[in-house]
Design a protein around this ligand. Structure first.
Ligand code: SAH
Length: 485
């Protein structure tokens, strides 16, 4: 059996012939499920339990009081065998199989082409759960959890949506506008749902009308969400980031953003890697990104501009924002966990610590010229943590500037590559060994250089990934820690 051995399908069985072999209480439950969806049920069994006797008596099922014969499967869409006799069950399955019918044998997945899932229903909203017969109890747990998640009023909401579908279709020509309207109306905080939950169907209708009106009045304008994707681990996304991704028409992302995070965007969303635009000329590349944002929002699309970490920390978020403002484009900003915070946590390094570090500074070491403007004497103070972003190429310069500023050569340093990702690597060294370590260990971007007394903790409390040598694990499957000092 591979990972996905069953294809979930919803069968429309209204007025379709279905066979149930067996007359006991298990058969009765299957008959009940089939009658609920309007199937025409024939029961074959020498005798019937009271529930089935009643169903046969008032004509809800046709009953043949005898043993199963192969010809019973003829013309049946679905053949259910619910007897406690294995031989009969096998015969039903074989006959159904031979005739190209769907067979279900209760409690025997090997004989079943179709199985009955656990079901959560809210009107036409149906959630079906299956473990492929492997762990029915788990399916029940999941079902119980979903039961509590879904408001009782969702069924009414679905019915309301069905009633309004045609009107919405006529009023809003634009597909995107329709989708946005439905997303607003069906959201779990929508005025329509709240009214239904309060038992006020009239108010729900009114709210639906208001929402449609608003959608019709040029609510077609595009929108840009400037979203921080965090340092890499998808579970570090904020709920708001996730919501923005799930509502996006287009996602413009940096090269650093992990594919796992992009997978969380709406399935139909277009993904554009604008990292590709970044060439030697950063200003031109940024202008091209700004222009693309304006262009897409101008088409009425919902754009997510997805940036690594936080959009306002060394992310040129402000420049993109200025372009949006200039063109009157609606926007919102979703903060993300910046690399320094994510990597520090995943490396077990507290960036501040009572009596060890009272200040922390985030610094870009992207270009030598901007580094000239840094306050090196401040960064060189003891009990001060400095986190250098984009510093791999200038590690030697960082080392010499800090030493020249008077920082102790033995100050601990942690270099964190691909922080929060499965192949995170931590290298410990000291300030005087920084430049050489970056070379020797072939440190690659994206990496952070954390300088300060607190960096010593990187080897003291690792919790994420494994220590090289400590567990015998090798390779890049877990985080690695190298103590170069
Ligand atoms: N806006 C981003 C930073 C963009 S600058 C943020 O808030 O994190 C890009 C730099 O961030 C990289 O060169 C690297 O120094 C750092 N960085 C981003 N993700 C990282 C990660 N997972 N591990 C280590 N450093 C990372």
């Amino acid at each position: 059996m591979n990972d996905a051995s069953y294809l979930p399908l919803f069968l429309q069985l209204r007025d379709r012939p279905c066979l149930v072999v067996g007359g006991g209480s298990v058969a009765a439950r299957k008959v009940d499920a089939l009658l609920t969806v309007g199937a025409r049920v024939t029961v074959v069994a020498p005798g019937l339990c009271p529930a089935l006797t009643a169903a046969a008596a008032d004509g809800r099922v046709v009953h043949h009081a005898r043993q199963f014969v192969e010809a019973d499967v003829d013309g049946q869409l679905l053949c259910v065998s619910a007897t406690d006799d294995n031989a009969t069950n096998r015969r039903v399955a074989a006959a159904a199989w031979a005739a190209g019918r769907l067979a279900n044998v209760v409690d025997d997945t090997a004989l079943s082409a179709a199985i009955f899932p656990s079901i959560v229903r809210r009107g036409e909203l149906t959630v079906a759960i299956s473990t492929g017969g492997a762990a029915p109890v788990l399916a029940r747990f999941v079902r119980a959890r979903i039961e509590t998640l879904l408001s009782d009023s969702l069924g009414e909401l679905v019915a309301l949506a069905a009633r309004w579908r045609q009107r919405v279709q006529t009023s809003l020509a634009n597909f995107g506008a329709r989708r946005r309207l439905w997303e607003r109306v069906l959201a779990d905080d929508s005025a329509v749902l709240r009214a239904l939950e309060a038992g006020r169907p009239d108010a729900a209708e009114t709210a639906m009308g208001v929402a449609l009106d608003a959608a019709g009045h040029g609510a077609d304008a595009g929108h840009v969400s400037l979203v921080g994707a965090g340092p890499g681990d998808p579970s570090l996304l904020t709920l708001r980031a996730l919501r923005a991704l799930q509502g996006a028409d287009v996602v413009l992302h940096d090269r650093l953003v992990s594919p796992l995070i992009l997978d969380l965007a709406r399935r139909d969303a277009t993904r554009e890697d604008v990292g590709k635009l970044t060439g030697a000329d950063h200003a031109a590349a940024q202008a091209a990104i700004n222009q693309r944002l304006v262009e897409l929002a101008g088409q009425g699309l919902r754009v997510v501009r997805l940036k690594g970490g936080d959009p306002f920390i060394f992310g040129r978020g402000a420049e993109e924002l200025a372009a949006l403002r200039e063109h009157g484009i609606e926007f919102d900003i979703v903060p993300g966990i910046t690399a320094a915070l994510g990597c520090a946590a995943y490396a077990g390094v507290p960036l501040t610590q009572r009596a060890v570090a009272q200040q922390v500074t985030l610094v870009t070491a992207h270009c030598a010229r901007s580094m000239d403007r840094l306050d090196w004497p401040l960064l060189a103070q003891a009990q001060h943590t400095t986190v250098f972003y984009m510093g791999v190429g200038h590690a030697g310069l960082i080392e010499s500037r800090l030493l020249a500023g008077g920082r102790d050569p033995s100050t601990p340093v942690a270099i964190i590559e691909r922080g929060t990702m499965p192949d995170q690597r931590i290298t410990r060294t000291t300030l005087s060994g920084l430049g050489a370590t970056v070379m020797d260990q072939r440190v690659q971007a994206p990496a952070l250089i954390v300088v300060g007394e607190v960096a010593a903790a990187a080897s003291a409390f690792p919790w994420f990934g494994t220590l090289a040598g400590a567990t015998g694990e090798t390779g890049t499957a877990g985080g690695r820690l190298i103590a170069a000092a």
